[in-house]
Write a protein that binds this ligand. Structure first.
Ligand code: NZQ
Ligand code: ZN
Length: 386
């Protein structure tokens, strides 16, 4: 096991009807900006619950943060923060609203020329404006981590940011919120969380027995609850296990002391930036090709995953490892997710070359757990995913 340090300061308030506890978490003298997305919270009652909970706290609102939070929209929110002397941010939404709020937390205290530099120059945020979240969509884990991904439509870029100053102070997780989530987004959430675990697990054995079993148990739980969630999102037991699995998949715990990959996400973000494909679907496009291309380096963990998660006990290590890749792809397909780029756009010619060029220009010359995946390897993998 590798050495590690672990600190996660986010307070989780989990369970039925917990949005009413919101006011207990906010400083009484706070001037709050509520941030939300395209309006789903106004239809499903979450907005009303938040407003009731904030009745004695000074606040204003900013809605309209789109999926894949857009820089130009966030810059309008930043103006509100300054004009309204905001002291506390409250994200009410999924990963996009929470990530947008993290950007604003950082940008609100940023003293440089342009807040885009926080992303472009990968500046770590040590201190941000304090914020909390009310999670409305289990998927990203953003509610309990310190990372964010922001899109710039003008330059067709999607870049990450983070730092110890960007953990939410608290996150309210009421599993009942999933009842209004469209099927497409539920499937995205399952796929994103599942792939988060893969990124932190599908590397090489590191004698981290407990981390491996944490990872396997999250994947097993997602596989177990997925059919129920997709059939009946009012099933509270399934909803609560789904929600907590998504949070646990990316709150830092399972990656401690082990090598991690994250190349699937790096490539996937480019597909969202170029074609607007939902984040989770980009992962399902890239992951099977990535594991096939890096088969030799990953086959021991692939075989362990095959045995422990998919109950594949017959055959050699290679046989099991191949079967595990197939099982993973068909799991995505069975939920209705296409795993080839050509199913999403007719205009895919040259995509692999564009992505490889972007990585070269950014100096991303060695991705993956061995830092050995070069832009030409990336080009191969994306080609395989056509
Ligand atoms: O905008 P509204 O109207 O709220 O609708 C949203 C949006 O259209 C809707 N929705 C959310 N909760 C709902 C609901 N509809 C009905 N009922 C509810 N309770 O769902 C749609 C998608 O929302 P979004 O927030 O975009 O989805 P998700 O949570 O999957 O977030 C995706 C974003 O997070 C980033 C992705 O790159 C992407 O930009 N990620 C963030 C990570 C992190 N911070 O750790 C890690 C991930 O790997 C990922 O990169
Ligand atoms: Zn993801």
């Amino acid at each position: 096991m590798n050495n590690f340090e672990f600190k996660n300061p986010t307070k989780i308030i989990f369970g039925k009807d917990t949005i009413s506890k919101l006011s207990e978490e906010l400083p009484t003298d706070a001037r709050v900006l509520i941030l939300y997305g395209g309006g789903s919270i106004k239809k499903n009652g979450i907005y009303d619950q938040v407003k009731t909970a904030l009745k004695d706290i000074s606040h204003v609102e900013f809605g309209g943060i789109p999926a894949n939070p857009e820089y130009s929209v966030l810059m309008k929110a930043l103006k509100v923060i300054k004009e309204e002397s905001i002291t506390y941010l409250l994200a009410v939404g999924g990963g996009s609203v929470i990530d947008g709020t993290k950007f604003l937390s950082s940008a609100a205290l940023y003293e440089g020329d342009s807040p885009w530099d926080i992303l472009k120059d990968s500046k770590r945020t040590e201190v941000g404006m304090p914020f909390g979240t009310v999670l409305t969509l289990p998927a990203t884990g953003s509610e309990m981590n310190s990372g964010a991904v922001i899109t710039n439509a003008e330059t067709k870029e999607k870049l990450g940011m983070g730092g110890p100053g960007l953990f939410p102070q608290f996150s309210i997780l009421d599993p009942q919120v999933i009842q209004s989530i469209p099927q497409r987004q539920l499937v995205n959430g399952i796929t994103d969380a599942f792939t988060h675990v893969l990124e932190q697990y599908m590397t090489y054995p590191a004698a981290a027995l407990l981390q491996d079993r944490f990872a396997e148990s999250i994947m097993q739980t997602l596989l177990e609850v997925a059919p129920t969630i997709l059939k009946d999102s009012t099933d509270y037991n399934a909803a609560s296990n789904f929600m907590w699995s998504c949070t646990m998949a990316l709150n830092g715990l399972i990656q401690k002391g082990v090598p991690t990959d994250w190349a699937v996400h790096a490539m996937g973000h480019e597909l969202t930036a170029l074609y607007g494909i939902d984040h989770a679907r980009t992962l399902a496009i890239i992951a099977p090709s990535h594991y096939q291309y890096n088969f030799e380096a990953k086959k021991e963990k692939l075989a362990q995953y095959a045995e422990r998660v998919w109950n594949i006990t017959e055959g050699s290590i290679d046989d099991k490892a191949y079967a595990a890749i197939e099982k993973t792809e068909s799991f995505f397909n069975q939920m209705g997710i296409e795993t080839k780029l050509s199913k999403y756009t007719d205009d895919f010619d040259g995509t692999a070359e564009i992505i490889a060029k972007r990585f070269t220009e950014r100096g991303w010359l060695g991705l993956g757990e061995h830092k050995s995946l070069k832009p030409e390897d990336v080009e191969h993998i994306v080609h395989m995913a056509y």
